[in-house]
Write a protein that binds this ligand. Sequence first.
Ligand SMILES: Cc1cc2nc3c(=O)[nH]c(=O)nc-3n(C[C@H](O)[C@H](O)[C@H](O)COP(=O)(O)OP(=O)(O)OC[C@H]3O[C@@H](n4cnc5c(N)ncnc54)[C@H](O)[C@@H]3O)c2cc1C
Ligand code: SF4
Length: 524
Amino acid sequence: MNLDRMRRYAETETVDVVVIGTGAGGAPLLARLAAAGLTVVALEAGANRDPATEFVPDEAMSADLYWMNERVSGGKTPEAFGANNSGVGVGGSTLHWGAFVPRADARDLRLKTETGKGEDWPLSFSDLLPYYEEVERFIGVSGPANYPWDADRRYPLPPVKRNAPAQAMIAGCEALGVKASDGPVAVVSEPYAVGGIPARVPCRNCGYCHQGCRNGAKTSMDVTYLPLGLGHGAEIRPNSFVHGFERDRQGRITAVLYRQGEVEKRQRCAAVFLCAGAVETPRLLLVNDLANSSGQVGRNYTAHVATQVWGTFDKPMRMNKGYPSAIITEDMVRPKDADFAGGYLVQSLGVVLQTWSDQVARGRGLWGRDLVRYLDRYNWTAGIGINGESLPSEENRLTLSDEKDATGLPKPLIRYSEGENEARLKRHAVAFMRQVWEAAGASDIWVLERTAHTIGTCRMGTDPDRAVVDPFGRSFDTPNLWICDNSVFPSSLAANPALTIMALSLRAADRFLDRAAPTAVGQA
Ligand SMILES: Cc1cc2nc3c(=O)[nH]c(=O)nc-3n(C[C@H](O)[C@H](O)[C@H](O)COP(=O)(O)OP(=O)(O)OC[C@H]3O[C@@H](n4cnc5c(N)ncnc54)[C@H](O)[C@@H]3O)c2cc1C
Ligand code: SF4
């Protein structure tokens, strides 16, 4: 994004707020706080890019969009970090995300009350609703005129085009009597203009969303909230890796310490919003021994169950064309025959060739000539996948390893073991997706085990002994520290996380500004 004309602040000036990280958590609140007249500086570890010239439809050349510093992975089902896990750069993980934006299901926010398992959120769906609506309007969400699972919901734009995997999922679900619909997608399906940022052009159906959208049709923070923030006088400093904090005698943060290349720098500030994601946020807190009187920092790390099912069709699917995940069903958010707590969303899938090759090698165990032979089927294959609840567990935990990474800080060590609930949910989902794919006409169906998203580690709550931040994201221990990113989720929810992160981000900013929450459309 163009940073040429942004306002700049002196490091010796005490700015009102430093925001660490410019992804889904950091960007909306940066814009809100700057619009309220506060002086705001964002420190972002990664580079600033020009989408038109620096994003390429090539997976290998897009690897620099990912956070590739090593993370040590342990537990019974260790997570695959690196490529395809979390992002770096001005815009954070939204540069390469899939932009699939379901809202949380109200039942998932009180899963513990409902089932005795998991964790309740310290807020209700009605607290989130006005923010969901505001975010959807601002970032330009395309979706159906009538959302089958919520009669009151209206999306600002008509659905994106259905590609062949989307058509197949609709056919398979119809044959089984399962409701399926165009999904909520943060991709503008028509020219879209909202106040304060440049107008956006519609999706060209190139299919390379995960490599960074070159025309800005896909929502990422660098085409939405970050330019809005710059317009209101915020400054964004790319290539600025935060590693420490200065504090006064009362424990309040007075300055943020960061490195630009080899140069050590320091920004004085009155408050900090830490929005570095569910791995880097707890790492920074643990390294600096900050905000952890509860002992909860790093605990309850989780990731969505994200199993996929793939099959071969007898007609060309060409799944590299079009927005990849156009269709959703929410019928499995509470399946009637479930032997597990929570549920899952199902979406249609298309992936581009190299990603698919990696998945085939891993999922089918193919190598060499056998792999190449199978890859010849690329144009005839398509998939569906889930985003499923994964229960929080104290044992699934991020700590600091003895090794250091390129930043000079201890590498995060993440132990993750899926539990019985996840295993049961996965069994149910695989059986369901197989049925849908068989009904859609797929043969030679196979399953790819995977997880998605980094969640938890600094959960929000009302009890300072059991949570790191309050229900608005404010640290119980350090009053001028706020956390707003994937780390504050008390449980994973079935929904993909980013829309909820953005909603929480605006809500945190309103609380910081001591403003009342907006009213949801249709509410008094
Ligand atoms: C391949 C992929 C596809 C996805 N698709 C979807 C989807 O379709 N729908 C959905 O809802 N979610 C999706 N997600 C998840 C979504 O992108 C994340 O949940 C969301 O962006 C997380 O927001 P965040 O603010 O927690 O972190 P991020 O967006 O990752 O932002 C954190 C930022 O902090 C910066 N940072 C970290 N440490 C430091 C430091 N020490 N100093 C300075 N800066 C630092 C990072 O560089 C990064 O820019 C996807 C994720 C991936 C990896
Ligand atoms: S498919 Fe559409 S949203 Fe995705 S990268 Fe291409 S133009 Fe952008």
